[in-house]
Design a protein around this ligand. Structure first.
Ligand code: HEM
Length: 418
């Protein structure tokens, strides 16, 4: 894998020892991770990533199985103490972040997770999502109206970034003018999930968590006094077996919905447009009716997923694909690589919307399956065809630059002309 930038190898695979050395910050990797995933599938689908000091899984069956395996969880502190696991206490400068995460669906396991997810599901039902359809169509068209006459656009800032945050804010019941502020908080907040974060990233994330939480608490107070037909009001009043969400749970849930609810979708809109334009496929054909559009959207999710890695703690000793894991071990599942497993997908790196093979794993599986998948899918199924129908001559202007933020996969900017 040579590059003009550097001739140093960025990927070394020792298939016999199942050890891989890979520099996640090398643009030859994060700029085109699918090529590396193909090499890993060929040489070593389950491997110990030396630089990350962890076992990684890329095989479809292994990843799908691990996501559903109750011997693994997103959290382990519900069954073991930090002391027992040798984990340090969270540092004082991230306490607001920790508090906001404490009740996030993504940070808890049953029985707490089951209780919270049941309550949230009752408020986040499909009729609330379906109701957004006309609004998404209007918004997508309004945004395109602003630049349609220009012949050129940077799509992320003018389109992709605005739709998800506007929709999730409207759904929750947060005033739209908060959109830019929500984006700032969210960008700073997700800095905590980066592979190599700095002390400054942690401070920024903690400050965002504090301000974001204070803001959500003020919104909760307003909605308690003046209920409205929005998700926040529904979450406040939703009841299951005599239980309600506490204020801390409402804060964590609103933050996770806002964060998870837009970052991934923004990247997915950008990745999808880039994939389609680079593939040479005819937009008129692949968006010719809703059923074909749906398959196109799924193929874009398969081949250009926005979030590549999710981690699990091993909760009890287990053996996966010949790897013995002990309680407390952390493993990583590369969902985006599982989507390219040659054992499941023929010619896996090719963009083929007509393929009828395994479902992609981009929204996960099992108890943590993305609660926002119906909303994300609705946005993609509406926004993409509208964009290509309104601007039939759409072309990539130059080479799209991938952000150096692995394990997210998204673009810095996406310049288009027509
Ligand atoms: C293309 C867009 C999206 C992708 C690819 C995506 C992907 C995922 C994945 C893979 C998971 C499971 C994580 C795990 O198992 O460890 C997840 C969970 C979650 N997602 Fe999404 N997501 C997207 C959009 C959204 C949206 C729009 C929302 C909110 C409206 C959302 C809210 C959540 C929440 C709250 C969870 C945690 C669920 C739980 O733990 O029970 N996501 N997402």
């Amino acid at each position: 894998m040579a590059s003009a930038m550097s001739t140093e190898p960025f990927l070394t695979i020792d298939s016999t020892a199942r050890r891989v050395s890979l520099d996640a910050r090398d643009p030859r990797f994060y700029g085109d991770p699918n090529r590396t995933y193909a090499a890993l599938h060929a040489g070593c689908p389950t491997f110990y990533w030396e630089d990350q000091r962890q076992w990684f899984f890329t095989g479809y069956d292994a990843v799908n199985g691990l996501l559903r395996d109750r011997r693994f969880g997103r959290q382990i502190l519900h069954i073991a103490s930090r002391e027992e696991l040798g984990l340090p206490e969270p540092p004082a400068h991230t306490l607001h972040f920790e508090a906001a995460e404490a009740h996030s669906l993504l940070e808890i396991e049953p029985p707490e997770h089951t209780r919270l997810r049941t309550l949230i599901n009752r408020a986040f039902v499909s009729r609330h999502v379906e109701k957004m359809k006309p609004e998404i169509e209007v918004l997508a068209n309004q945004l395109i109206d602003r630049f349609a006459a220009d012949g050129a656009v940077e799509l992320l800032s003018a389109f992709a970034e605005i739709i998800p945050v506007t929709m999730i804010a409207r759904m929750i019941g947060i005033p739209e003018e908060m959109g830019p502020q929500l984006l700032k908080w969210s960008h700073a907040y997700v800095g905590m999930y980066m592979f190599k974060r700095s002390h400054a990233d942690e401070l920024a994330a903690d400050q965002a968590a504090r301000e974001f939480s204070d803001y959500v608490r003020s919104m909760i107070a307003i909605r308690r006094a003046q209920p409205a037909d929005d998700l926040l009001t529904h979450m406040i009043h939703t009841e299951h077996k005599g239980q309600y969400l506490t204020d801390d749970e409402l804060v964590s849930t609103t933050i996770v919905l806002l964060n998870a609810g837009h970052e991934a979708t923004v990247h997915q809109i950008g990745n999808s447009v880039r994939t389609i334009l680079a593939s040479g496929a005819s937009p008129a054909e692949i968006f010719s009716n809703p059923a074909i559009t749906e398959r196109t959207v799924e193929e874009c999710l398969r081949i250009g997923a926005p979030v590549h890695i999710f981690q699990r703690y091993c909760l009890e000793p287990a053996e996966i694909d010949g790897v013995s894991l002990a309680r407390g071990d952390k493993v990583s599942l590369i969902l985006a690589a599982a989507n390219l497993d040659p054992l499941k997908f023929s010619d896996p790196l090719a963009f083929r919307p007509d393929r009828a093979e395994a479902p992609n794993l981009s929204f996960g599986a099992g108890i943590h399956f993305c609660i926002g998948a119906p909303l994300a899918r609705l946005e993609l199924n509406l926004a993409l065809p509208i964009l290509f129908q309104r601007l039939p001559g759409l072309k990539l202007a130059g080479t799209a630059v991938v952000k150096d933020i692995y394990h997210f996969h998204g673009l810095d900017r996406l310049d288009l002309t027509w």
